[in-house]
Design a protein around this ligand. Structure first.
Ligand SMILES: Cc1ncc(COP(=O)(O)O)c(C=O)c1O
Length: 443
């Protein structure tokens, strides 16, 4: 049976409904990214500016999932638009080197503490694949540790432990070790038992962009233990890089990993990725003239048509210059705090269990979880996680929010373009949406 929230969603989005019907025969599930699947259908967008995007039915939506986290400046920042337009006219690919790639690489090195050398890629998935390959080549060891539910793109190795691992050889998965996060004893025990471990990789603020937090003390312990055992520590800063602070999570927590992967904000809204870190490790790509044995068996060959492509470089440079020289992060953080406080007050007012939590400009709503937390590093028990993960309620809330002009779900990625008024609008939209969800008996 169609709920009142669903009915309004259908009424408000006929153009998207129509497109979805066609798309279902064209794309698996009718979408081009798993995270864009939405029941009953995904919205289709035409344009965007600052904090808002517009769908084909003319609805304006405040965007709290801007560019899957890539757009810390908001949509279509005029300086980035100009840089890309100028570069488009000047040339998009020279099959050779540019000053742009130099400036882009220098900005990475200026901002990210672990960055001694840099190699560009086209996505976060690629950067993460390369990072573990470099760690393996550098140490001569085979296995890599990752943590439960941490996401590192869709490569064969790093999909280990996740959903949807069809087609990955068991031999590949057997080289990956998946451990619980925030448990240094189990981690160290594994290193004691197995001397074939090259690296450990993690999302430094926690799984799903920090939704299931890593405790800062665990990061400190990881740094100490990996140093002691000679295991390469990789921070996947694809989301947190240039966001959690100008210098990413590593600056925020004051812990320098051996290697860092970057993407999203790095490309200023266009595709881009990078692996960076200790020069000795990144140099596994360099050849050793005259050493055929090394070049064949130890060196890592790395091509990639769009590595450091001029358009992404132009956008990335402009974005990183704004991050470096203007209070982009402070503004996004302030808006996140305003939203977090606003939603926590609203939950109290409406007597709905749950909390809004998170650090910096990444915020998460844990609806239904009736528990105490510090609203920053909110770690749920399995029972509370099940309450927060109630799929039926969350789907209805998500649709109700879209009906009221907010695209967020339970995760909020803030930008420097969101205004204080946008946050007030969002809290109002939540009050309306939660009231409707309550009317359906779901909270
Ligand atoms: C932490 C993390 N690592 C890696 C990736 C993969 O990046 P990409 O989508 O650019 O391949 C993502 C994507 O969301 C991510 O969140």
């Amino acid at each position: 049976m169609t709920t009142p929230i669903e009915q309004r969603f259908l009424d408000q989005h006929p153009g998207s409904a129509h497109r979805h019907e066609t798309a279902r025969s064209l794309f698996p599930n009718g979408v081009t990214h798993d995270a864009r699947k939405q029941n009953p259908f995904q919205l289709y967008y035409t344009h965007a500016e600052g904090p808002a995007k517009y769908d084909v039915d003319g609805n304006r939506l405040l965007d709290f999932f801007p560019g899957h986290g890539a757009l810390i400046l908001g949509h279509s920042h005029p300086d980035v638009v100009k840089a890309v337009q100028d570069q488009m006219a000047a040339g998009t690919h020279f099959s050779g080197s540019t000053d742009l790639e130099m400036r882009w690489g220098e900005l990475v090195r200026e901002l990210i503490p672990s960055a001694e050398k840099v190699r560009f890629h086209s996505s976060g998935t690629e950067a993460d694949m390369m990072a573990i390959r470099m760690a393996r080549a550098y140490t001569g060891k085979t296995k890599v540790i990752k943590f439960d539910d941490h996401f590192h793109g869709w490569s064969d190795y790093l999909s280990a432990g996740g959903e949807g691992i069809g087609g990955i050889p068991a031999e590949t998965l057997s080289t990956m070790i998946v451990l619980p996060p925030n448990d240094i004893e189990t981690f160290e025990q594994k290193l004691k038992e197995d001397d074939d471990i090259a690296a450990v990789i993690l999302e430094p603020t926690g799984a799903h962009m920090g939704a299931n937090p890593i405790l800062p003390t665990f990061l400190e312990q990881l740094r100490e233990v990996t140093e002691r055992y000679g295991v390469v520590l990789i921070f996947d800063e694809v989301v947190t890089g240039f966001r959690v602070s100008k210098g990413g999570a590593q600056s925020y927590f004051g812990i320098t990993p051996d290697m860092t992967t970057l993407a999203k904000i790095l490309g200023g809204g266009l595709p881009g990725g990078a692996v960076t870190g200790k020069a000795d490790i990144i140099n596994m790509i360099e050849d050793h003239p005259g050493d055929a044995e090394y070049n064949r068996y130890r060196r890592i060959a790395h091509n990639g048509t769009f590595n450091a492509n001029p358009l992404s470089a132009a956008a990335g440079i402009k974005c990183l210059e704004l991050v470096a020289n203007t209070p982009v992060n402070d503004t996004a953080d302030a808006r996140a705090l305003q939203l977090k406080n606003g939603l926590n007050d609203l939950l109290s007012k409406m007597e709905i269990p749950g909390c809004a939590t998170g650090i910096s400009s990444l915020m998460f709503l844990r609806l239904g979880a009736d528990h105490e937390c510090d609203k920053e590093y909110c770690i749920l028990t399995p029972e509370h996680a099940a309450q927060a993960g109630n799929a039926v309620r969350n789907q209805q809330l998500n649709l109700a929010l879209l009906n009221h002009g907010v695209h967020s779900g339970n995760r909020f990625i803030l930008t420097a373009s969101h205004t204080e008024e946008d946050i007030d609008f969002t809290v109002d939209a939540f009050e309306k949406a939660l009231t409707e969800v309550r009317d359906q008996g779901l909270v």
